[in-house]
Design a binder for this molecule. Sequence first.
Ligand code: NAD
Length: 356
Amino acid sequence: MSIFTELAELGHEQLLFCRNDEVGLRAIIGIHSTALGPALGGTRLYPYANEEDAVRDVLRLSRGMTYKAAVAGLDLGGGKAVIIGDRSIKNEALFRAFGRHIQSLSGRYITAEDMNTTVQDMSWIRRETQWVTGQEKLTGGSGDPSPVTAWGTYQGIRACLEVVYGSPDVGGRTVAIQGIGSVGFHLARFLHEAGAKLLYTDVNERRLRSATEQFGGKIVSQDAFYSAECDVLAPCAIGGIINSRTIPMLRAPIIAGAANNQLDDETRDGEALEQAGITYAPDYVINAGGLINVYAELKNLPAEMAMNDAGNIFNTVKQVINKARANGITTTAASNQVAEERIESVSKLKRLHLIR
Ligand code: NAD
C-alpha cells in the first residue's frame, strides 16, 4: 500500500521524517489530527527492526492519541513521535536536533516522555522548542501523572460497578490489581480508603509486600489473578493480557484498569468479552488521567483541576458502556464513536467560525 493511501485510510494529516546524520538522528513525527487542538503525544525511542515497523507504530500510536484526547473532552489532537535506535544513541545533541524539528512545526505537535525517553531528554528538547510538556514539579511542571491516572481509574471502576450492580460503592467489593507500580499503588490506596477488599499480583516481591503492609489484602499468583473470584480485575501492568488464553479463565464481571493496550486483539477479544457478559472499560478511556494531567500543565491549570477533571472519567465510562449496550457493540467501538462524534461536532463549529 502506498504511504499516502495508508495516511488517507487512517486519517492522518501529516507524517514528518526527521534526519540529522551528524548526531545519528532518524525520527518520525506522526500528526493524526489537529481538529480539536495541537497534536499531543510522547516521543518513543525504540530499536525498530526496520523503517516500516517504525512508520506503522507512529501511525497507530498517533491515531490512538486523537481518540484518547477526544473522549477525555480535551482541546487536543493526536500525535506521536518515534526515534529509531536504542538507549546508547541518547545524548544532548540528538534530542536538541530533534527539538528543532518539533520547533519547525510551530506548535502543531507537542511532545512528552514515552517509552525509553525521560525528563532529562525532554529538558534537552526544551532548549530548542517550547512545544514539550510533562516537566517535573520542581521546574514548574505537573510532575508524576500516576496519582491522577489512578484517580481516573478508580472513578472508572466505580462507574462499571454502578452499571453492573446498580451502585458505584466499592465498600465490600473485591478488586484484583495486576501490577502494583506507580498507578497500581495509588489505585490500591483509593480503593482501600473506600473499603474495598484487595488482591494483588506483581513480578516484584518488594512492591507486593509494601502494598499488603499498607492496605492489607492478599497476594495471588499470575494465573490465579485471571481466575480470581472478585468483582473487578484491574490490569495495571502490561498490555496484551486479555487474550484467547486468559478470557476463558475470567470470572470477574468487570475489567477496569489503567494498563495500555489490554486487549491482545481489540475486535476479537472485545467481542469475546461481550459474549462472556464481562463489562470492559476501554483502557484509553479509563487511563486518560495522565493526559489530563499534562493538559493542565499546558494550560497552567492548578493540580486540583486535573484531579477534578479526571473524576469526570466516571461519567465518560458510564456513557461508553451505556452506548455499547444500547447499540449491541463492544465498549471500545462505542468509545471510538464517542470520540468521532465529538471531533465531528467541534470541527463543524470551527467551520462555522464559532471557535477559533
Ligand atoms: P510502573 O512501571 O510503575 O508499574 C508497573 C508494575 O507492573 C510494576 O510494579 C511491575 O513490577 C509490574 N509488572 C510488570 N510486568 C508484570 C507482569 N507480567 N505481571 C504482573 N506485574 C507486572 O508503570 P505505571 O506507570 O504504574 O503504569 C502501569 C500501566 O498503566 C502501563 O501499562 C502504563 O502504560 C499505563 N499507564 C500509566 C499511566 C501513568 O500515569 N503512569 C498513564 C496511562 C497509562
